[in-house]
Design a binder for this molecule. Structure first.
Ligand SMILES: Nc1nc2c(ncn2[C@@H]2O[C@H](COP(=O)(O)OP(=O)(O)OP(=O)(O)O)[C@@H](O)[C@H]2O)c(=O)[nH]1
Ligand SMILES: [Mg+2]
Length: 447
């Protein structure tokens, strides 16, 4: 997600932080670089202009220059203003007090509407709601089948009327929703290559028939500036209530998506980060800003972990860490849990200080398999007390796991580094950090 932009911004902010003393011209130079990085990432130029002007106005104040840590202050201002551009507050999805909540999903061809409909259905199911998917795309031959397959895979019903027009399908779906106590009606509409009058009329009619509580526009973040134009046009014609950014897992031109809120004034509500149906996030401006600036997103990471790791397991692990008993078996457990949490790239991007380096880091699932093989080739005693693994044991382990001694060495080195880090973190924690650990983490582990 925004790998290239994050890399550049992270570097710039690192320099600012390390600068000690700052002058007006230092700050101006840095901001010029920030400006260039944003433009290169395809952020809308008007938005960039507004952003830089806002940062500059606050950063070149006497207050900042005279402060003990001006670099840190400027970084904070950049973060604040980016949050502002992204929409300040998290915009919640509409929820009707009376069931069903009706969500109409629209957007250009291939933007990710059908996938998003299924993702929202899955999310609703996890929240113990009763969703119904409506197949209202009658134009693309395989569209209905596609939605049916997705619905089947998550056990959610798909409503469709063979031979009926989209308006009729939606009307009947509305009735069906009442009959079956559906509380979330998700309408998957047809896409077009370009915005045309016919499409808008159709959507408008469905809108006036059903009065949806939410009109979500799915925007493909990979399409660059076009994404912003499309959002503007849809918003003018349909008064959309929210934007869902899709394909944020790709990184080219993602910057355009950053501009959508500022240009259209319509809130970004959701972020789609992969092809799998669980790859959906609520869009939180502050967290997204942290991620874009390479500061990680600990909050989302913890939430994701809580979804996949059981609480008692987490507590057990915490206790072990506290007692400095973290061993290779726990390491293996963590590795497996990490794999369950979703695409590794997106997970690593949320870890403070790592996000920026993700641009050129290739996370290879096969390599993770080798790490597992190495640990499985160790005896229980070795896993619990890795310090006893000497040269001859390393050789045996590498033979047993079909890897090389170098790989075994690497793994052990990583593990020891990790336990050292965990130890230092828990020690600092016991003493109590002045501003709280989370603040420290959010600012990139003090980088
Ligand atoms: N990588 C990635 N792929 C996605 C994401 N969302 C959707 N896709 C893929 O994009 C392609 C198009 O997605 P659909 O959901 O069919 O798009 P659509 O808007 O319904 O397309 P039409 O109905 O033809 O207009 C599919 O191959 C999806 O798997 C995402 O967040 N990340
Ligand atoms: Mg579709």
């Amino acid at each position: 997600m925004f790998a290239e932009l994050t890399g550049k911004l992270d570097n710039l902010l690192r320099n600012l932080r390390g600068a000690g003393k700052l002058s007006e011209s230092n700050i101006r130079d840095s901001l010029r670089e920030v400006r260039r990085a944003l433009l290169e990432a395809d952020v809308n130029y008007k938005v960039v202009k507004r952003f830089i002007a806002a940062v500059e106005a606050r950063a070149i104040g006497a207050e900042v220059l005279a402060s003990i840590d001006p670099g840190e202050q400027v970084v904070k201002i950049v973060h604040d203003e980016l949050v502002e551009i992204l929409g300040s507050e998290t915009a919640p999805m509409a929820q009707s007090p009376q069931a069903p909540t009706i969500v109409m999903i629209c957007g250009l061809q291939g933007s990710g509407k059908t996938t998003l409909a299924a993702k929202l259905a899955l999310k609703a199911k996890k929240e113990k709601k009763n969703p119904l998917l409506v197949a209202a795309d009658i134009y693309r031959p395989a569209a209905v089948d596609q939605l049916r397959k997705l619905g089947d895979s998550i056990g959610v019903k798909v409503f469709h009327v063979e031979g009926a027009n989209p308006r009729e399908i939606c009307r009947q779906a509305r009735k069906e929703a009442d009959k079956n106590l559906v509380d979330l009606l998700l309408i998957d509409t047809a896409g077009r290559l370009h915005i045309d009058q016919e499409l808008m009329n159709e959507l408008d009619q469905i809108k006036s028939d059903l009065n949806p509580h939410e009109i979500l526009l799915v925007v493909d973040s990979m399409t660059g500036q076009d994404a912003v134009n499309v959002a503007e046009e849809f918003h003018n014609k349909l008064n959309i209530t929210g934007v869902a950014l899709s394909k944020l897992d790709g990184d080219s031109h993602g910057g355009a998506a950053i501009s959508i809120r500022a240009v259209t004034n319509c809130p970004i509500k959701l972020a789609s980060t992969g092809e799998k149906l669980q790859d959906l996030e609520i869009f939180h401006p502050a967290r997204m800003a942290s991620r874009i600036l390479g500061m990680g997103d600990v909050v989302t990471l913890v939430e994701r972990a809580q979804e996949t790791i059981h609480l008692d397991e987490a507590l057990k692990l915490q206790e072990k860490i506290r007692k400095s008993e973290f061993d290779l078996e726990d390491f293996l457990g963590q590795l497996k849990a990490l794999k369950k949490m979703g695409p590794l790239e997106s997970i690593l991007g949320m870890i403070p200080g790592l996000g920026a380096q993700m641009g050129n880091l290739d996370v290879d699932p096969a390599r993770m398999g080798r790490v597992e093989a190495i640990i499985y080739s160790m005896t229980i005693r070795e896993r619990r007390n890795p310090k006893i693994i000497d040269g001859s044991r390393r050789k045996r382990i590498s033979l047993g796991s079909g890897t090389t001694v170098t790989e075994v060495n690497q793994l052990l080195k990583q593990f020891f580094a990790m336990s050292k880090m965990i130890k230092s973190m828990t020690k600092r924690n016991k003493r109590g950090l002045p501003k709280g650990l989370s603040q420290k983490l959010l600012s990139g582990m003090g980088a």
